[in-house]
Design a protein around this ligand. Structure first.
Ligand SMILES: [Zn+2]
Ligand SMILES: [Zn+2]
Length: 102
């Protein structure tokens, strides 16, 4: 294993130990560690814990599909901003379904 891969697996494992659930829908199934910055290269080997976010497979796929529809590259710098807004929108949608009176 290359050093940068080892660093990424370590960051990924530590992140999932602290944040096992999907940030958007709270699912614990099939977690992905989504990059917000890709700091330090294509595997994000210089990323810090705040540079990644746990998303379940379903939310992660939806996020990247929606981002691709904006015409952005998958690793665009705009992904950070897009991700935060996308997650907040999905959280609000889920809250509205769970609490229809609000
Ligand atoms: Zn991602
Ligand atoms: Zn999810």
């Amino acid at each position: 294993m290359k050093p940068r891969d080892a660093a990424w697996f370590k960051l990924r494992r530590r992140h999932l130990a602290i944040y096992p659930e999907c940030r958007a829908c709270d699912s614990l199934a099939d977690p992905c560690v989504h990059h917000l910055t890709y700091r330090g290269g294509k595997r994000g080997e210089k990323e810090r814990p705040g540079d990644v976010m746990t998303l379940c497979r379903g939310c992660h796929d939806d996020l990247h599909r929606d981002f691709a529809q904006t015409g952005e590259a998958p690793r665009s710098k705009r992904l950070h901003h897009f991700t935060i807004e996308w997650v907040e929108t999905r959280q609000a949608q889920i809250a509205a379904i769970e609490n229809p009176a609000m």
